[in-house]
Design a protein around this ligand. Structure first.
Ligand code: PRX
Length: 653
């Protein structure tokens, strides 16, 4: 501890003067209360952070065996009201978003008042198109102001939004539309990326061929591409909100605390992505509270989370958590490398960003370009640096701390998941020294435990095991849309009575948690989850492919890369052209984030006698850890392994 303390507590004294939680003792006191008296603790938070039309009857009612979780039952509120209306009196002129375009010349500030007016108008437009409480709406937009506006307008009228990240394919959009039964899709003609327009509407057109139930498509004219819309079905956003007779204001729909606010799809180890459901009450509270404590938010802060709103990080910390707190954020349309690799730092300087939240993959890709890009800019406004999405390797951590954080800013390594709604394990900046690569301590109300294979808590410090959570917290997902059984079997059956995270972790002797990574068949590429089953199904769709097995391997920038073992049908010959086709096929099925890095042609795969692919062995082969293959005695045909090793592709090249 002392070694870390000396090196990484530079910020502590300063933070302890003003932080919401000043020191370890204060943290422990509140943490104990949160676990020992959850009802009192959470009722106080719900009162403090949110405005309710009607207070709850019970704070918490749950039964993990059937994954029944209810927070603030009987309470009524509206997320859009909490993000907008209640700030009008004091913060109408305060900036909610400094929007920065992909093009450096395009930028605009949006105040809370402006956002309120836009959301109301669009909520009226949605109503006009027949959208009602409980209806699902798919949103497929770039990082432009219409994205938060559309989400909040849905929330305002009680519709359930499901945002699909702009990097997903037509096929992925169609699957999501059909899974959640959406009749309305909101999109744009295109987005900008590195100075070039990217077509979005085209993907929606393609998707809609498989989605006969969609009756309305609303299109933002963002890149001015001159596309034509299908009369009756498709409407320009700007025309719709200008319709005469449309109300300027729409009363927020009073929602039950447990009513769904949104569905967000995420990959799992089996089957298609799951629609994770979050609520108006518990989720909103948890996003708001973690936002304030973890980033130690104060009036005057300029916060920037670089995630896309299409991921949970953007939902919680660009949108809901930020707006409930009345914060001022930067919202960025572009990429870190355009026009040059200093773009992030130029934006930090331009807006005097003081709290900055990004992903290890972005840090690694910028570190690779050297310090000259950083030195061009004045980063002295920065006080706190966050990271999320994957374990951060010590080199990237140190680069971030040293070059961006002046050896002073705390690096807040936040561990959480789409399903958890908000931060779960994280340092708090005024509490204790940070350790590079550790996500430190549980947030209030979070009761983590590391269990061994027998389901018992591990006994010694640093013993690795499965990370589970013993008690419910308000931000946790309530179900998988349309498939509660899948919710139970994925999260509540591996360790009965607990929420199962899918991650392995250890806790050191100082009580700091260290995440090791997924133990299931999920690959974490640049902080984004991809299920091996999804990737394999996309590969076998190709007419020449007989079988495929996909694993992750360590990748210098992306964290994990995608390594595919492919068996061709008899009579089909491997070729570079076919490799290209397979890579393109998977990108088409899932989206550009699912770009396969390595294809190895195989004649057979290691399988157990019952026919299950032994991925454990394939992972070692892909990572070139041939001396760690472990026990291969259960394999049906051991000669397969020798052949795979002989043909392996060297990923270091
Ligand atoms: O494996 C963990 C990893 O990302 C997974 C969750 O992915 P997703 O639902 O896409 O949410 C990402 C953003 C919240 C986790 O199961 N992960 C996330 N944050 C960290 C992390 N691994 C290590 N350290 C983190 N800080």
């Amino acid at each position: 501890m002392t070694e870390f303390k000396k090196a990484y507590d530079a910020h502590l004294e300063e933070f302890q003067k003003n932080a919401h939680i000043k020191g370890m003792e204060a943290y422990q006191r509140l943490y104990r209360e949160s676990l020992e008296s959850p009802d009192t603790f959470w009722a106080r938070q719900a009162d403090h952070y949110l405005t309710w039309y009607k207070k709850w009857d019970t704070v918490l009612d749950y039964d993990f065996s059937e994954a029944r979780i209810q927070w603030f039952g009987g309470g009524r509120l509206n997320a859009s009201f909490n993000c907008l209306d209640r700030h009008l009196e004091t913060r109408e002129e305060a900036v909610a978003y400094y929007w920065e375009g992909d093009d450096t010349a395009r930028a605009q500030a949006y105040t809370y008042g402006e956002l309120y007016r836009r959301v109301n108008r669009f909520a009226a437009a949605l109503r006009h198109k027949g959208v009602k409480k409980g209806d699902r709406v798919i949103i497929y937009l770039p990082m432009i102001i219409e994205l938060p506006v559309a989400m909040l307008a849905c929330a305002r009228i009680g519709a359930v939004h499901s945002v699909v990240f702009g990097g997903f394919s037509a096929e992925a959009i169609a699957n999501r539309i059909n899974d959640c039964g959406a009749k309305v899709v909101i999109t744009a003609d295109g987005g900008f990326r590195s100075g070039k327009p990217v077509a979005l509407k085209k993907n929606v057109d393609e998707a809609l061929k498989k989605c006969p139930a969609v009756k309305t498509v609303i299109v933002v004219n963002h890149v001015d591409s001159g596309i034509f819309l299908t009369p009756g079905l498709e409407h320009w956003w700007h025309e719709l909100i200008a319709l005469p007779g449309l109300a300027d204001e729409v009363e927020p729909e009073p929602m039950d605390a447990e009513d769904p606010l949104f569905i967000l799809y995420t990959s799992g180890s089996t089957g298609k992505p799951k629609g994770v459901v979050h609520t108006h009450g518990g989720y909103l509270l948890y996003a708001a509270m973690t936002m304030e404590y973890v980033f130690d938010l104060h009036p005057g802060d300029i916060f920037w989370c670089t995630a896309d709103i299409g991921w949970i990080t953007g939902h919680s910390y660009i949108l809901y958590g930020a707006l409930v707190n009345g914060a001022t954020s930067v919202m960025f349309e572009g990429v870190p490398s355009y026009p040059d690799f200093d773009r992030f730092w130029a934006i930090v300087e331009k807006y005097r960003v003081n709290k900055f939240y990004t992903a290890p993959t972005a840090i690694r890709s910028l570190a690779r370009e050297g310090e000259a890009h950083v030195k061009k800019h004045d980063l002295s406004s920065l006080m706190l640096l966050g990271t999320v999405g994957e374990p951060i390797n010590p080199e990237a951590w140190r680069w971030y701390h040293h070059h961006i954080g002046r050896d002073w800013c705390p690096v807040i390594d936040t561990w959480w998941q789409t399903e958890t709604g908000g931060h779960m394990l994280t340092p708090l900046p005024g509490v204790a020294p940070v350790k590079p690569g550790s996500c430190a301590f549980p947030f209030f109300g979070i009761d983590p435990v590391i269990i061994d294979d027998a389901g018992e808590p591990v006994k010694h410090p640093d013993e690795e095991g499965l990370l589970c959570i013993r008690k419910p917290w308000p931000g946790m997902a309530r179900t998988v849309f349309g498939d509660h059984e899948r919710f139970i079997s994925t999260y509540f059956s591996q360790a009965p009575g607990m929420y199962f995270t899918g991650d392995a972790a250890r806790k050191d002797e100082d009580g700091y948690f260290w995440i090791i990574g997924r133990i299931d068949d999920v690959i974490n590429v640049s902080g984004h989850r991809l299920g091996t089953a999804e990737l394999e199904s996309a590969l076998v769709l190709h007419p020449h492919v007989a079988e495929a097995a996909v694993v992750g391997f360590p990748h210098a920038i992306k964290g994990q890369g995608i390594y595919a073992f492919v068996i061709l049908k008899t009579g089909r010959e491997p070729s570079d052209a076919l490799k290209k086709e397979l890579v393109a096929q998977v990108r088409r099925e899932i989206g550009p984030i699912a770009t396969i890095d390595v294809v190895q042609w195989a004649e057979g795969l290691p399988k157990t006698r019952s026919g299950k692919i032994m991925r454990r062995i394939l992972k070692k082969i892909a990572a070139n850890k041939l001396d760690e293959l472990g026990d291969t005695s259960t394999i049906a045909d051991e000669s397969v392994i020798e052949k795979l090793i002989k043909d392996k592709v060297d990923v270091s090249k």
